[in-house]
Design a protein around this ligand. Structure first.
Ligand code: NAD
Length: 261
C-alpha cells in the first residue's frame, strides 16, 4: 500500500471485468476514490464498485463508450462531481477479434482502433485538460500489451492499436513532462481475464500459450494491478514514457530458451 494514494481520485475505463476490475479493486485497497467506467456490463461494474468500497475506498460506476468524446467527457464530469477532482486516469478499455487481414472488414478494423487507440487518445485528452487547467501533477496510465512489440498475425488491428499506444504514450509523456504530468503504459502478457476465457479453457491452447512464457504460467490481473498502483504512486515519481511489461518474460524471445538458435 502506498499511503500517499489515500483519497486520490482515479478514472478506470473498462472496469467491469478483467484487468480494469483488478485495478479498481487495488485502488480501493489504496483508499482511493474510483470512477469505474463500463460499456455494457453494469452488473460487473457494480460488483467492482462494491469490492472497492469493501476494500476501504469509494467508487461510482458510469456507463460510457470510451471511443466517443461524449463518453470521455462523462467520465471526467463524474470524477469532478462525485469526488471533487482527478489525479489518475487509467485508459484500460480494450478489445480484440481474430481475423485474417485479407478478410478483415473495415468495421472490424474501426471497432478495435476506436476503443484501443482513439479511446486512449480521448481519455488522455480529457485528463490532460483537467490537469493543465488545475495546475495539477497528473498521472496517466495506458493499457498497452506485449503486442506493442511482438507482431501478432490475424490480430493486425490489435497490434497496430497497441503499437500506436506505445508511441502515443511516449509522445504525450514528452509533451507534458515539464508540467509534471507523467504518462506511462503497462504491457501485459497473457493474463487470466474474460478476454482469454475461451482460449485458456482449452488445455491445448493454454499449454501453447504457457510454453511461450519463460516463467511458465499465465499471469493474474492482480499482478497487472500492482504495476498500475506503483505507476500511480509517488514511488515512480521519476518515471515517464515507459511501457512496463508485466509478462513473465514473454517479450524476451522465449524461442531462444535453453540456448536454442
Ligand atoms: P476484458 O475483455 O476482460 O475487459 C475489457 C474491458 O474493456 C471490458 O470491461 C469492456 O467492457 C471494456 N470496453 C470495451 N469496449 C469499450 C468501450 N467502447 N468503452 C468502454 N469500455 C469498453 O479484457 P482485459 O483482459 O481485462 O483487458 C484490459 C486491457 O488489457 C485491454 O486494453 C487489453 O487489450 C489489455 N491486455 C490484456 C491482456 C490479457 O492477456 N488479458 C494482454 C495484453 C493486454
Amino acid at each position: 500500500v502506498y499511503s500517499e494514494l489515500k483519497n486520490r481520485v482515479a478514472v478506470v475505463t473498462g472496469g467491469s471485468k478483467g484487468i480494469g476490475t483488478a485495478i479498481s479493486e487495488r485502488f480501493g485497497k489504496e483508499g482511493m476514490k474510483v470512477v469505474i467506467n463500463y460499456h455494457s456490463d453494469e452488473k460487473g461494474a457494480q460488483e467492482a464498485a462494491d469490492a472497492v468500497k469493501k476494500n476501504g475506498g469509494d467508487a461510482v460506476i458510469v456507463q460510457a463508450d470510451i471511443g466517443s468524446e461524449e463518453g470521455a467527457q462523462k467520465l471526467i464530469d463524474a470524477a469532478v462531481n462525485n469526488f471533487g477532482g482527478l489525479d489518475i486516469w487509467v485508459n484500460n478499455a480494450g478489445m480484440e477479434n481474430q481475423v485474417a487481414t485479407k478478410d478483415m472488414s473495415l468495421e472490424d478494423w474501426n471497432r478495435v482502433i476506436n476503443v484501443n487507440l482513439t479511446g486512449v487518445f480521448l481519455g488522455t485528452k480529457m485528463a490532460l485538460r483537467y490537469f493543465t487547467d488545475h495546475n495539477k501533477k497528473g498521472n496517466i496510465i495506458n493499457m498497452s500489451s506485449v503486442h506493442e512489440q511482438i507482431p501478432w498475425p490475424t490480430f493486425a488491428h490489435y497490434a497496430a492499436s497497441k503499437g500506436g499506444v506505445k508511441l502515443f504514450t511516449e509522445t504525450v509523456a514528452m509533451e507534458y513532462a515539464k508540467q509534471n504530468i507523467r504518462v506511462n503504459a503497462i504491457g501485459p502478457g497473457a493474463i487470466n481475464t474474460p478476454i482469454n476465457a475461451k482460449k485458456f479453457a482449452d488445455p491445448e491452447q493454454k499449454a501453447t500459450t504457457t510454453s511461450m512464457i519463460p516463467m511458465g504460467r499465465i499471469g493474474d490481473p492482480e499482478e497487472v494491478a500492482a504495476a498500475a498502483a506503483w505507476l500511480a504512486s509517488d514511488e515512480s515519481s521519476y518515471v515517464t514514457g515507459i511501457t512496463m511489461f508485466v509478462d513473465g518474460g514473454m517479450t524476451l524471445y522465449p524461442s531462444f530458451q535453453g540456448g536454442r538458435g
